[in-house]
Design a binder for this molecule. Structure first.
Ligand code: ATP
Length: 235
């Protein structure tokens, strides 16, 4: 087991956002969390990555308890999050943004190797190393955000809404990149509102509603489920 979260409860002050959430990810898997606005998807990722502290519940990554650990420690263990809205440094170059991704000791040690991988996945970034991140298109910025996450050499990469606000053709490219990263041996935890795409590439998926897991199963099975079709695909 790569990641195991058990009975997680997370609150923002008096407002409880997650109720008893349990999720598992095995080596090599792509796991999706789907759900509508405000369901608790980002809260789940932020609790796993240590940005938020849970009220109760446990999180284990490679059999080590990481609940309450610092985000730094969590990144060092190989659990890396690409946040919603990309959070790039717009006035810094592509090269500098990638450099910041390799800040961890894991990343530093494997910088050359990871840069090679990143350029293979995203040839456009190599051509534009000195360009400011803020001048890239939305799709290119998303690619850079994913590339920056890869520079930390993750064992598990968590992606928060990578397709948000992108044109359909670019969305397809983003999902193709996610599959390619996974083929390279990196497990993926994907949070998405694009239900069709994310269930199509997921080995398994969880459906969150009002902070609770209401359904889980294989991606392809959930895609055929009539409740999912009605609630999320408008069919
Ligand atoms: P979205 O796709 O809109 O980001 P989500 O499924 O990721 O939705 P969360 O952002 O995790 O949902 O939000 C879960 C609940 O927590 C919502 O009720 C939201 O209003 C609340 N919430 C999120 N962030 C905060 C915050 N910083 N302070 C207070 N409440 C918050």
């Amino acid at each position: 087991m790569l990641l195991k979260i058990d009975h997680l409860n997370t609150s923002y002050g008096a407002l409880q956002a997650l109720f008893d959430v349990s999720v598992e990810i095995h080596e090599g898997e792509i796991v999706s969390i789907i759900g509508s606005n405000g369901a608790g998807k980002s809260t789940t990722l932020n609790t796993i990555s240590g940005v938020l502290l849970s009220v109760s519940g446990t999180i284990h990554f490679r059999d080590q308890a990481i609940s309450g650990a610092s985000t730094h420690h969590i990144v060092e263990s190989g659990l890396v999050q690409v946040p919603e809205a990309r959070r790039l440094f717009p006035y810094m170059s592509i090269s500098e943004n990638l450099e910041l991704g390799s800040f961890s000791s894991r990343g530093r040690k494997h910088k050359k190797e990871m840069l090679k991988k990143v350029f293979k996945l995203f040839p456009i970034l190599e051509k534009r190393m000195n360009q400011r991140a803020g001048t890239l298109s939305g799709g290119e910025q998303q690619m850079l955000a994913i590339a920056r996450g890869l520079m930390a050499m993750p064992r598990l990469l968590m992606l928060d809404e990578p397709s948000l606000g992108l044109a359909p053709i670019i969305v397809k490219q983003v999902f193709d990149v996610i599959k390619a990263i996974n083929r390279d041996g990196i497990a993926i935890l994907l949070v998405e509102q694009n239900v069709t795409h994310s269930l199509s590439i997921a080995n398994r998926a969880y459906v969150l509603e009002n902070g609770k897991v209401i359904m889980e199963g294989k991606g392809e099975e959930l895609l055929k489920d009539s409740d999912i079709k009605k609630a999320y695909l408008g069919i």
